[in-house]
Design a protein around this ligand. Structure first.
Ligand SMILES: Cc1cc2nc3c(=O)[nH]c(=O)nc-3n(C[C@H](O)[C@H](O)[C@H](O)COP(=O)(O)OP(=O)(O)OC[C@H]3O[C@@H](n4cnc5c(N)ncnc54)[C@H](O)[C@@H]3O)c2cc1C
Length: 454
């Protein structure tokens, strides 16, 4: 298991029901995007709700690209996965939250806006105490080891590891962009390693930008604030958008105006003690003065192509969570569906990996030749400028020459998609095109393909 976010931790617990698990993580066990998640986990557990209604909202957000079978699995299994967490010891708050794009109250949350931290802590405690799970913190995945077309383990900073199944749960790549809500380690290591090992990547052009993060910081000012009545004001103090419109729309409206402010003065700030505390520590007084905000890269929709059991196209290699592309989010992710994806697909991948055959007595893995690629400030600036909220062919062509594999693949995908859909906006192709109601799939050594997934 590579990664200690919610996908890796929950996947490890599921696999450990029958197998010995080694979980590696390049940082401390609780250092992940998962720990930062604020709003919660979507699941149709309310009396007025159903998985079918949850699926409808998910598909609407996905703008024609959500894979129907993946959405059904996600939404039908969601209530059971919330029950699993409760049984493991997560204490959810009373009541369900309502977030943009959801037609019902269906967001389970813990500790107010501290859901990710609460869930990750409980899972990490269980993982660390489990007799069949060994944890190697500070061990970085460098490459996946393959032999005769099968993944046979990983090459890490600590050495070579042999495994009959390897599950990559390394999270997204939003920290490749100059402005981001993600921790600095979210640079898509697992996606790049899987591609080098022969797996395909898809939907890389779809990157969600969060509209309201504190300027010059990665502090996210949750959509829930706008849900409670916080308003966005331009430099003349005027409102300029529907604050609860889809994230990509609000983010582009904010970006078009440079810096704008989020006015929190009229809302019940007592409901958000952690966020208000963070703002005060950053030198702002939300009771007195509106807060300057700007968009930041937040979530990578695309990643390693998997089936509904988390299998990549390389035998023995699985992926789950933000690094995977099941097609569930289509062209845009519905809020609070990603922690859910980690639970549903982390479990599915872990359970199906148990069926992998043992490795032969002697494994002669192919030598690994890849060189370390650095994520420099210049690279992150280039992604922000040339593949940010608004893209065009000239910028993407420039980015295709970047000295960083995943960046080149993102640029290539965004260049191929000559339309605007969901979180991908091309100023030179500003409308949706039926010809692109398909997933852009990249495989090493072959031309990109456009695929329909059912
Ligand atoms: C501020 C913020 C708020 C959010 N709020 C919500 C929310 O309310 N609800 C929701 O559903 N989603 C939310 N999201 C999105 C959600 O948190 C993520 O999509 C999800 O947590 C991803 O989980 P993961 O397990 O796939 O990866 P991560 O949690 O990112 O974990 C990845 C793990 O892989 C490890 N890793 C990475 N590279 C390597 C390597 N080379 N070698 C070894 N280990 C490696 C990392 O150290 C980490 O342990 C939010 C995101 C952010 C940034």
């Amino acid at each position: 298991m590579v990664g200690s976010g919610v996908a890796g931790l929950f996947g490890a617990l599921c696999a450990a029901s029958e197998a010995e698990v080694l979980l590696i993580s390049k940082g401390p066990i609780l250092s992940s995007t998962s720990s930062l998640a604020q709003g919660g986990i979507a699941a149709a557990v309310g009396d007025d709700d159903s998985p079918a209604l949850h699926a409808e909202d998910t598909v609407r957000a996905g703008r024609g690209l959500s894979r129907p079978s993946a959405v059904s699995a996600l939404t039908e299994e969601a209530p059971a996965r919330i029950r699993d967490l409760t049984e493991l010891g997560v204490e959810f708050d009373e009541g369900l939250g309502l977030e943009g794009g959801h037609g019902r109250r269906r967001v389970a949350h813990a500790g107010g806006a501290a859901t990710g931290d609460r869930v990750a802590r409980v899972l990490a405690e269980r993982v660390l105490a489990h007799p069949r799970i060994r944890v190697a913190q500070g061990d970085r995945l460098l490459d996946l080891a393959t032999a005769e077309g099968r993944c046979v383990g990983a090459v890490t900073s600590g050495g070579r590891i042999e495994a009959r199944a390897t599950l990559v749960a390394t999270g997204g790549a939003a920290a490749l962009w100059e402005r981001t809500t993600n921790p600095s380690g979210s640079v898509g290591d697992g996606m790049a390693a899987a591609y080098r090992a022969g797996a395909s990547l898809a939907d890389l052009e779809f990157v969600q930008f969060h509209p309201t993060t504190l300027v010059d910081s990665s502090l996210l000012l949750s959509e829930a604030l706008r849900g409670e009545g916080a308003v966005l004001l331009d430099e003349w103090g005027e409102r300029f958008t529907d604050e609860l419109a889809p994230r990509d729309v609000v983010a582009r409206e904010v970006a078009a105006r440079g810096t704008v402010v989020l006015d929190l003065r009229e809302i019940d700030r007592g409901r958000f003690p952690a966020l208000m505390g963070s703002l005060e520590r950053s030198g702002y007084d939300p009771a007195e003065t509106p807060i300057p905000v700007a968009p930041a890269a937040h979530y990578t929709v695309g990643g390693i192509v998997t089936d509904l059991e988390g299998r990549s196209e390389v035998a023995g290699l699985y992926a789950a969570g933000e690094c995977a592309a099941t097609g569930v989010h289509g062209a845009n992710r519905l809020a609070s569906n990603s922690l859910l994806e980690c639970l549903v697909y982390g479990r599915r991948a872990a359970l199906s990996a148990l069926a992998e055959p043992d490795l032969p007595a002697t494994v002669s893995a192919e030598p690994v030749t890849s060189k370390r690629e650095n994520v420099t400030p210049a690279l992150r600036r280039a992604l922000w400028h040339d593949c940010g909220l608004v893209r065009d062919a000239a910028g993407l062509e420039r980015l295709r020459l970047a000295p960083h594999l995943l960046t080149r693949l993102i640029a290539e995908s965004a260049l191929i998609r000559e339309e605007s859909r969901g979180s991908h906006f091309r100023v030179d192709f500003p409308t949706e095109s039926e010809a692109f109601e398909r997933h852009i799939v990249l495989r090493r050594g072959t031309s990109p393909e456009l695929e329909t997934w059912h």
